[in-house]
Design a protein around this ligand. Structure first.
Ligand code: VG1
Ligand code: CO
Length: 636
């Protein structure tokens, strides 16, 4: 096998590097052919040889402050030249609910991404990454290609042994979690601002997941933030850009990068979790029509191999199936507002039987039946109630159930009936991981279209779709052609009849002025501090009001101020929170819930059933006075 070898003398230190593409593998892992990558020059690391796939207008160096005069080479016995690039702290690099999210224009500012990545390495114990393996994936959005190269070089500069990167930098959030677990990696980066729009004018983001595949805990993200405020150098390996367009391994002395198929490990996991033959039998029925909207986001890369090639769905059942850097000018958030095309099809004349969509990075899901929307809080409850019979992974029953605090209490009722341990955690998937690692939790969800289980440590959009298809397939497995099938709506209504219905709605007021939004939250906090049980709010009697605090049952860590809630004696709740995922201004979320045991009232429209509580929430919070908004941007 040919190898290129490079050696030069600089500042009295000898550096050398080897660069070789060891093999090219096909999606199923077989070797297609072996070919060397030609030699590189340390003086022109961004030569066109390594850039044919970077179709964007910027060159890597515009984001990095790497100047020959200012960076110092650090000797490395292994042979990679590592530059110490001087840098200065940048304000505002605090991660939110899920990673660091900012406008692309911010992230492409000098050293912005590099500082955060270096601050991360400065925050991890060296044994967590030195000579270790890290996974790198992303949702295909604008700036990911350049960002991949920056991250790879800083990882190498800090002594990481190997990076496993998805082809073209693509790998969904749940797949990154799955690959970290399967390959026993030390952690992984996800280049995504999830459901936020992409493109030069929009958002970019980065998340770091730890060694069991879970989002980094607050103890780590707090450290990273602290280090961004004192950073003075970035360690960058002087290696050429990695060709992300073909599978295979490139080695640079004792650092290597393996470009992997983003689907195969994930698909293998799905094969272990689900009875894919059962699902296939449903999707191949002529009386069942299925549609999946990938929203031009990362699940576009997964939909065809999984739904079409593996499960036999027709190729035209996948819409918007090609990942695009700007998501086709869309907002890749699978809800009733932003997945309007899918909603129109499902509510249109002769709509399909089952419709689903996923978000930018593939961790969210929306489930629809013909003319029927499954609210995510119900979805997780229904999956939990049916898991044991319909999904092989849960054959011995789920170990425990959990939901985020604002998610409706539908899941609580399932836990009670099945006599399972139950947990209520703050918003954000990172709080589920400890419970899963401790063997206390199997199925969990959030009202924000996130559903998942302990097969990985992230919410998982395609998993949720397969879970629902399993339930529908199981219910219909003995149905002869022509017999009426049990529909999505039938399953949900049956669930309500058994457990009662938790009417739920979320109002989002996106990108408000921060000042007004903060004042509004302060106002409800003030009300909470003066409130006492028994206070009357119209026809509702207060049971308690607080700002949610969570103590992790596993490591006893405490997080506070996770959402202001008013809980009434009839179980109704009003909750106020500010979003932690926006990139500009403040997004106010109001969550409204009311329990209804009476079956005769279950068919009511949620907006009508919840009207009195919604009005109450708006008047208590004085939302309009503080934010100037009289209408939400999104209603779920
Ligand atoms: C939102 C959701 C939360 C979810 C988070 C990340 O956070 O409410 O439930 O975990 O997004 O989802 P916030 O702070 O904006 O309310 V994803 O798919 O954007 O990684
Ligand atoms: Co997401």
């Amino acid at each position: 096998m040919a190898t290129s070898y490079c050696c030069l003398r600089l500042e009295n230190v000898i550096f050398s590097s080897t660069s070789r593409k060891l093999k090219q593998t096909s999606a199923n892992g077989s070797v297609l052919f072996s070919s060397p990558i030609s030699s590189f020059s340390l003086l022109s690391p961004s030569s066109s040889l390594f850039y044919p796939i970077l179709k964007t207008s910027h060159s890597l160096h515009s984001y990095l402050h790497v100047k020959a005069s200012s960076s110092t080479a650090i000797a490395e016995p292994e042979g990679i030249k590592i530059n110490s690039v001087p840098t200065k702290p940048i304000e505002g690099q605090k991660t939110g609910t899920s990673g660091l999210r900012k406008k692309v224009k911010v992230f492409t500012g000098e050293n912005y991404l590099a500082n955060w990545i270096q601050a991360l390495f400065n925050s991890l114990p060296p044994e967590d990454y030195k000579n270790g393996v890290l996974v790198l994936g992303g949702d295909g959005r604008y700036f990911n290609r350049e960002a991949s190269q920056i991250i790879i070089k800083i990882a190498a500069g800090n002594g990481v042994g190997k990076i496993l990167v998805g082809k073209e930098g693509i790998m969904s959030t749940p797949a990154v979690s799955a690959v970290i677990r399967k390959r026993k990696a030390n952690g992984g980066f996800i280049m995504s601002a999830s459901h936020n729009p992409g493109g030069p004018e929009y958002d970019w983001g980065i998340k770091f997941n730890y060694n069991s595949g879970q989002p980094a805990p607050e103890s780590i993200t707090d450290k990273i933030y602290g280090n961004t405020l004192s950073i003075s150098e970035v360690k960058m390996a002087d290696i050429p850009d990695v060709d992300l367009s073909s599978l295979g391994v490139t080695e640079h002395a004792n650092f290597s990068v393996e470009v992997v198929d983003p689907v195969s490990d994930y698909l293998e996991l799905m094969e272990n979790v689900f009875d894919l033959e059962l699902i296939k039998s449903l999707l191949s029925r002529s009386d069942f029509r299925f549609i999946f909207d990938a929203m031009h986001a990362v699940t576009g890369a997964y939909a065809k191999p999984i739904f079409v090639d593996k499960l036999g769905a027709s190729p035209d059942s996948i819409s918007n199936g090609v990942p695009l850097e700007d998501f086709g000018h869309g907002h890749p958030d699978p809800n009733l507002t932003y997945a309007k095309d899918l909603v129109n099809i499902m509510y249109g004349e002769n709509g399909p039987d089952f419709g689903a969509a996923s978000d930018g990075d593939g961790d969210r899901n929306m489930i629809l039946g013909r003319g029927f929307f499954v609210t995510p809080s119900d979805s997780v409850a229904i999956i939990a109630a049916n898991a044991q019979e319909a999904i092989p992974y849960f054959t011995s029953g789920p170990k425990g159930l959990a939901r985020s605090m604002p998610t409706s209490g539908a899941l609580d009722r399932v836990a009670e009936k099945l006599n399972l341990p139950f947990f209520e955690v703050p918003t954000g998937w990172k709080f589920f991981g400890n419970l899963m690692d401790a063997g206390k939790l199997s199925i969990c969800g959030e009202e924000s279209f996130g559903t998942g289980s302990d097969h990985i440590r992230e919410k998982d959009g395609i998993w949720a779709v397969l879970a629902w298809l399993s339930i529908i397939a199981y219910r219909n497995k003995d149905k002869k052609p022509g017999e009426k099938l049990v529909s999505v709506a039938d399953v949900v209504k049956e669930h309500w009849a058994t457990y009662g219905r938790n009417f739920f709605s979320r109002y989002d007021y996106e990108e408000c002025e921060s000042e007004g939004a903060n004042k509004m939250i302060q106002n409800v906090r003030d009300i909470v501090s003066e409130s006492k049980p028994g206070d009357q709010y119209g026809k509702y009697t207060l049971q308690f009001a607080d700002d949610f605090t969570y103590t992790d049952p596993v490591d006893a860590s405490v997080v506070s101020k996770q959402g202001v809630r008013f809980v009434f004696t009839d179980g109704s709740r009003i909750i106020f929170r500010l979003s932690g995922t926006g990139s500009a201004g403040a997004t106010v979320r109001i969550y409204i819930e009311q329990y209804e045991p009476d079956v005769s009232k279950h068919e009511m429209d949620a907006q009508i059933a919840l009207k009195p509580l919604i009005d109450l929430a708006l008047s208590v919070s004085k939302l309009k006075d503080f934010t100037g908004r009289d209408k939400p941007t999104v209603i779920t």
